[in-house]
Write a protein that binds this ligand. Sequence first.
Ligand SMILES: Nc1ncnc2c1ncn2[C@@H]1O[C@H](COP(=O)(O)OP(=O)(O)OP(=O)(O)O)[C@@H](O)[C@H]1O
Ligand SMILES: [Mg+2]
Length: 245
Amino acid sequence: MTEQALKARGVRRTFEADLAPVRALRGVDLDVADGEFVALMGPSGCGKSTLLNIFAGLDQADEGEVMVDGLRVDGQDENWLAKFRRHHVGIVFQFFNLLEGVSALDNIALPAILGGMRRKAAETRARDLLDLLGLGDRTEEVPSVLSGGQRQRLAIARALVNEPAVLLADEPTGALDSEGGVEILELFRRLHGDGQTILMVTHSAEVAAGASRVVRMRDGRILDDDGGVARVEADDAVMVEDARP
Ligand SMILES: Nc1ncnc2c1ncn2[C@@H]1O[C@H](COP(=O)(O)OP(=O)(O)OP(=O)(O)O)[C@@H](O)[C@H]1O
Ligand SMILES: [Mg+2]
């Protein structure tokens, strides 16, 4: 039996606003199995980031059950959530959120040290990750001299340093040109190939096509979920069509 890396049941989240409350999530059920690479799509404002932030322990559901890596995340206090974020999830944003005055190596090593790793081991792990992500020759550079694609790879390396069960990425290619976007997508596909579970929000159909499953949201609900099979069937259908005289 495959384990569930992510599970949401009846998740609701409402934000207070001046005019009327915004019902960002209106009862979301979602399961992501270990090793899946899921693209989360849907129109602006439909609740994608809200759902991702709840799985990340950055925000909390008002109602419903949230499980990540076998742990109950809903109803926990901030102290618990801070530890949870450090050890169980890796979080990647559109605009990198790197430590600007600090070397590439330390950008990765510091969260590992905060996670309880000794400096020496953390630096070794950081070097390994930088090599793996093609930044092995940029260890001493500060983020501001790196390209957008390189910065995002650095942010991904940082997210992976504590070997998270799930990589959660909110529009990781959104701030990059198409070449940079392709590079990040290929990296995600490689990580997925090595068994990394990934939930990635994207507006790009091209980027989503690189995932193993596409889930669509609308108005705070899951609208459509190809379960990882619809595209294969679609490909078959195209092949059948192509085979016609
Ligand atoms: N902290 C907040 N306070 C008030 N309203 C919020 C907050 N966060 C999100 N919202 C509202 O909740 C709804 C869902 O927002 P969310 O950021 O999840 O959308 P999204 O699908 O990620 O959109 P986008 O594609 O534009 O990033 C929106 O109407 C948004 O304005
Ligand atoms: Mg968003």
